[in-house]
Design a protein around this ligand. Structure first.
Ligand code: C5P
Ligand code: MG
Length: 160
């Protein structure tokens, strides 16, 4: 295996009234949240898939099937920590992570520091190695109409 490995991840979940809106492990005050078997944290799911992808270890659903009752309501940092551990067992550590959350509303700018700090803490990375960006979908398509939200992530791992 090369000493550098790159991985990419994407996730989306439907919005649902009354559900918590958890992004990067941070609960954002909002009248709707994201529906799903776990806490539906699209950012942590996308980063988890990016790490699994970099290591060619499949995807999050292979490791944590959403049909398995033991993952119902699970906090997604558990999935992400597991991916980091699998990478470390293969002798790799994260160099940096870049990500984008696509959410029509609410505006997330005021939570940027909190979300980045939370992600950095879960990944055990310094803040300058973790990037979280936000985009609307310009009111177009399911995300733009507020029916769903998406997250994309890319990460680089290096042999320890
Ligand atoms: O999607 P758009 O380019 O119009 O977003 C403009 C800016 O609004 C983004 O660069 C981001 O800083 C911010 N934004 C946000 N929360 C969102 C979507 C976008 O803070 N849910
Ligand atoms: Mg998901």
């Amino acid at each position: 295996m090369s000493s550098l490995r790159i991985g990419q991840g994407w996730d989306n979940h439907r919005t649902k009234e009354g559900r918590p809106l958890v992004l990067g492990g941070v609960t954002i005050p909002c009248e709707f949240g994201l529906d799903g078997h776990s806490d539906a944290d699209i950012l942590l799911h996308a980063v988890t898939d990016a790490i699994l992808g970099a290591m060619a270890l499949g995807d999050i659903g292979m490791h944590f099937p959403d049909t398995d009752p033991q993952w119902k309501g699970e906090s997604s940092d558990h999935f992400l920590r597991h991916a980091v551990k699998l990478a470390s067992e293969l002798g790799y550590h994260l160099v940096n992570v870049d990500s984008t959350i696509v959410l029509q509303r609410p505006k997330l700018g005021e939570y940027r520091a909190k979300i980045s700090e939370s992600l950095a803490q879960i990944l055990d990375l310094p803040l300058d190695s973790v990037s979280v960006k936000f985009k609307t979908a310009e009111k177009v398509g399911p995300v733009g109409e507020g029916l769903s939200a998406e997250a994309q992530a890319i990460c680089l791992l290096e042999k320890s």
